[in-house]
Every structure is written in structure tokens, then in C-alpha cells.
Design a protein around this ligand. Structure first.
Ligand code: SAH
Ligand code: SF4
Ligand code: F3S
Length: 479
């Protein structure tokens, strides 16, 4: 990509963790653009590298330190050639372990919490003012400015970031809510993202309209607890259901999704929205974590397994083609075999189109980390394997059931092979087929031909077709 005034510098942003981090990485690129930084994917040409990190499980957090080791070497090599490399760590590890990062990796220049991205330009300017920091005289380790900004600011970053320009595509993300007040026993998010905050309705709608004006046909609205959304509207706070009803009025917006939601916040209005809004896609990610009431209570989830089943039943009543996705944790402290069997039973009974499952990972500072009755690693491994095998079978069965049927596909880009285009079904399955690039950005009925390992293959359906599962969304939605 070229711009009229060629940027002088390049920034590489590496994103880990959830979709909210993906959105934030794009916002960091936006805030750096006026400083002359253009995004790059090529490490060798980067003048700045930002790691946008995730702290959700131990493995995710440890990745940051190994990555920082490699970046130390690169900074050293660059310095030998007289080039500077600014290193920044952002995201949830930065928030949770800021001081440890500057201690363990003193070559880092900026450590920045997720609520402070609007302050990035000021920090970059301070790094520039500080100039080159001398390497450690004994080890030769390159020096870093070691600026730390992990206080939760009183102001909202959303009010201070420039208009979104990066990351706009046919399928776009839009963060509408951040933070969490639920304090599940196992989870770091309330500590890394802070307390719940909902963006005002007008700001969300304005950003959504801009995304659509730039070619988005599908928007996923995001939040750590997106269905706890309660943004200020003209006449007081507005819930997610009402916000979705406003969003579907945007002409040209054909598909809408929301993630991640909490079973506790699936209220009547939101369930009904699934029945009323054809643009709301029939796949809901609704993490349940466990099928055991004892464990749900220990996890502080605030609902029972029966509550979850009831929500699913009601969703299926109003939207018969809805498919469910979820998250599961194997081996939370105190989990016994009966609890695990209750999770297996819930998975069997509900049936999931896709799901994520994790081995419980103790996170510093969370109540569960210090709880007695930690489950032994081999037991966690065995339970996770069982859960994953069942979920894999369910995903394969769900995908295989689509073969021979028609569904709408939103084409988002070229396929892997020449002459191919790729897109997503209403249930988010990746699908590719032979077809012209002109399909990109369009929604077309497709006949599913085969279910492959991680995707589907299809063929253009002969006529306009009657999709068997999904509502017709070929035409832009109009208000
Ligand atoms: N806000 C969402 C979840 C966000 S974190 C919700 O309330 O459901 C994404 C997923 O990571 C969680 O659903 C959970 O399954 C998993 N997870 C979070 N903390 C974990 C931990 N300490 N160990 C293992 N998995 C964890
Ligand atoms: Fe974490 Fe629970 Fe909040 Fe989800 S609801 S972000 S799992 S504390
Ligand atoms: Fe990870 Fe933070 Fe998201 S811990 S999952 S990046 S909110």
C-alpha cells in the first residue's frame, strides 16, 4: 500500500489472545499513523515492534517472554547497523506483569496497559527524546527506555482514539464494551481489563456506519461480556438487544454477530432478537465452562447447568437453525469425576457446532489459583482429551450435515489456490470454491460439496436458490 506522503517508519504489531486484542491492535496502528508509522508484517523492516499480549493462561503469558528474547537479539543486530528498534509490550500481560517485564526484559522501551492506547504517541515521543540507551556493559544486552503505563486512566481510551481506519474489511470487529465485574474464580480479565465499561450508543452506531461505508458487510460487536452492554442512549442506558436492533437498520450491513456473551446476561429481549433479526447470524458463542452445578458455583458463574440448557432451548425455539459454540475448562480446583461426567453429559445433550476447551491454568491473583484441591496434571490432561474428542466429533458431524445443502456465503477474500475465493457460512465455517474475485464482498447461495478437516468446499448454487438453513441476506438490509 502506498500513501501520498510515504511513511518514514514501520510498525509491526503482533497480536495474541482474543478478538478484542485484534481490534485494539488496529486502534494502535491508527494512533501511530499521524506519527508517520505504517503497518508492516516484515520484522526486518520494522522500526517498532508491539506485542499485544494475552494473560488468560500460563502458556499464553510465557510466550511473551520467549518472544522478547528473540526481539532482544534483533534490537542488538539493528544497533550494530546503526538502526533503532523501539519495543513495546501492550495488552493483558503488560497490565498484569508490567514491572516484571521491565525487570526480566530491560531492553523493552514501553509497557502499556489495554486502557491506555490513546497515550501511545506520548510514550513514543518520550522514547525518542530519551535517545539510544547504552547496552549493558557486561552482557552487551541492548538498553531500553522502560516506560511503564499501566494505571487505569480515568478517561476512556475510546473518547481519545482517532477514527478507526485500520482493520476495516468485509468482516469487521467493533468493540462496544470492555472489562468485567464478574470475577469468575479462574479468570484474570477483571484484573487486566478493569471494570465494565460500555461505549455510548451514538459512538457505536457512528463507527458501524463508517465500517459499512468502507465496505464491511458483516460486523462482530465485541466485549469481554458483550451482552452486559448498557451504553448510554438518547433516553438512558440501552441493552445489547436494542443496540442490535439499531445496528441492523444500517443499509448495507448484511450480517451481525456478537461475542463473547455470558449465559447470565442472556435476557428475554436478547433471545427474542435472535428470532426477529435475520441479520443476526445463527451461531452464538456462549461459554458455559462446566456442566456441573457444584463447579459452576465454585467458579462464581452465577447460573446452573439447567439455566444454560433453558437458554439454549429458548434460543432454538425462536431461531431453529441456531448453532451453539462454547468454552470449557477441564480440571478447575475441586473438580471430581462426577463433575467431569456432568460436563460430558451437557456437551452430549446440547450439541455444539464448535467449541474451545482448555486445561485449567492457575493464574496469579485469582481466587482459584490459591484454592485447595488442585487437580493433578494427568487427570486434567485426560479430562481435556475426552472433552475435546467429543467436541471434535460434534463439529465434524455438524459440518458433514451441511454437505449437499445450500447456504449463504459471505466472500471475504481470495482462496489459497489461484482461481479460488474464500468466505464464511452463517455458522462461521470457512468455505472455499472456484469462482471469480468479483464475488469478494458479496453474499451468494452456495452448495456445500465437501467437509474437509478445518473447512468446507463448495460450488456456486445454480440459481438464486433457496437456502435451506440461513435466512436470505443477499440484499443489503434496509431500514
Ligand atoms: N468473558 C468470557 C470468557 C473470556 S476468557 C466468559 O465469561 O465466558 C475465554 C475463555 O478462556 C474462558 O471462557 C475460559 O474457558 C478460558 N479461561 C479463562 N481463564 C482460564 C484459566 N485460568 N484456565 C483455563 N482456561 C481459562
Ligand atoms: Fe473472565 Fe468470568 Fe469475566 Fe468472562 S465473565 S471475562 S470468564 S471473569
Ligand atoms: Fe487474553 Fe486479555 Fe483477551 S487475557 S483473552 S487478551 S482480554
Amino acid at each position: 500500500m502506498t500513501t501520498p506522503s510515504q511513511p518514514k517508519r514501520r510498525v509491526l504489531i503482533r497480536t495474541y489472545g482474543c478478538q478484542m486484542n485484534v481490534y485494539d491492535s488496529d486502534r494502535m496502528a491508527d494512533v501511530l499513523a499521524p506519527l508517520g508509522y505504517a503497518p508492516t508484517e516484515v520484522l526486518a523492516e520494522a522500526d517498532m515492534v508491539i506485542l499485544n499480549t494475552c494473560h488468560i493462561r500460563e502458556k499464553a503469558a510465557e510466550k511473551v517472554f520467549s518472544e522478547l528474547g528473540r526481539l532482544r537479539d534483533l534490537k542488538q543486530e539493528n544497533a550494530a547497523q546503526g538502526r533503532s528498534l523501539t519495543l513495546a509490550v501492550a495488552g493483558c500481560v503488560a497490565q498484569a506483569e508490567g514491572a516484571e517485564i521491565t525487570a526480566r526484559a530491560p531492553w523493552v522501551d514501553i509497557v502499556l496497559g489495554p486502557q491506555s492506547y490513546h497515550r501511545l504517541p506520548e510514550l513514543v515521543a518520550r522514547v525518542a527524546r530519551a535517545g539510544a540507551i547504552a547496552p549493558n556493559p557486561i552482557t552487551g544486552t541492548p538498553g531500553g527506555t522502560r516506560l511503564l503505563d499501566t494505571d487505569f486512566p480515568v478517561e476512556s481510551k475510546f473518547d481519545h482514539l482517532p477514527e478507526a481506519t485500520q482493520g476495516q474489511g468485509i468482516s469487521a470487529f467493533l468493540t462496544i464494551q470492555e472489562g468485567c465485574d464478574k470475577f469468575c474464580s479462574f479468570c484474570v480479565v477483571p484484573y487486566t481489563r478493569g471494570s465494565e465499561y460500555s461505549r455510548p450508543v451514538a459512538a457505536v452506531l457512528a463507527e458501524a456506519r463508517r465500517l459499512v461505508a468502507h465496505g464491511a458487510r458483516e460486523i462482530s460487536v465485541l466485549g469481554q461480556n458483550v451482552n452486559a452492554y448498557h451504553g448510554e442512549g438518547d433516553n438512558g442506558p440501552v441493552g445489547l438487544a436494542q443496540l442490535l436492533r439499531e445496528l441492523v437498520k444500517i443499509p448495507g450491513l448484511a450480517r451481525l454477530r456478537y461475542t463473547t456473551s455470558h449465559p447470565r446476561d442472556m435476557d428475554d429481549a436478547l433471545i427474542q432478537a435472535h428470532g426477529d433479526l435475520p441479520q443476526l447470524m445463527p451461531l452464538l458463542h456462549l461459554p458455559v465452562q462446566s456442566g456441573s452445578d457444584r463447579m459452576l458455583q465454585a467458579m462464581n458463574r452465577g447460573h446452573t447447568a439447567a439455566d444454560f440448557r433453558r437458554v439454549v432451548d429458548r434460543l432454538r425455539q425462536v431461531r431453529p437453525d441456531i448453532a451453539l459454540s462454547s468454552d470449557f475448562i477441564a480440571g478447575h480446583p475441586g473438580e471430581n469425576d462426577a463433575d467431569h461426567q456432568a460436563t460430558m453429559a451437557l456437551i452430549r445433550d446440547v450439541g455444539f457446532a464448535s467449541a474451545f476447551s482448555f486445561k485449567y491454568s492457575p493464574r496469579p491473583g485469582t481466587p482459584a489459583a490459591g484454592a485447595p484441591l488442585q487437580v493433578a496434571e494427568p487427570i486434567k490432561d485426560a479430562r481435556l482429551a475426552e472433552i475435546q474428542a467429543l467436541l471434535r466429533d460434534q463439529t465434524q458431524a455438524f459440518n458433514a450435515a451441511l454437505v449437499g445443502q445450500e447456504c449463504d456465503v459471505l466472500f471475504t477474500g481470495p482462496g489459497r489456490d489461484p482461481g479460488q475465493v474464500a468466505g464464511r457460512t452463517p455458522w462461521l465455517q470457512p468455505i472455499h470454491l472456484s469462482g471469480p474475485a468479483s464475488l469478494i464482498g458479496q453474499i451468494r447461495p452456495i452448495r456445500v460439496v465437501a467437509s474437509l478437516r478445518n473447512s468446507l468446499s463448495g460450488a456456486l448454487a445454480a440459481g438464486p436458490g433457496q437456502p435451506l438453513h440461513a435466512p436470505a441476506t443477499q440484499e443489503p438490509a434496509t431500514a
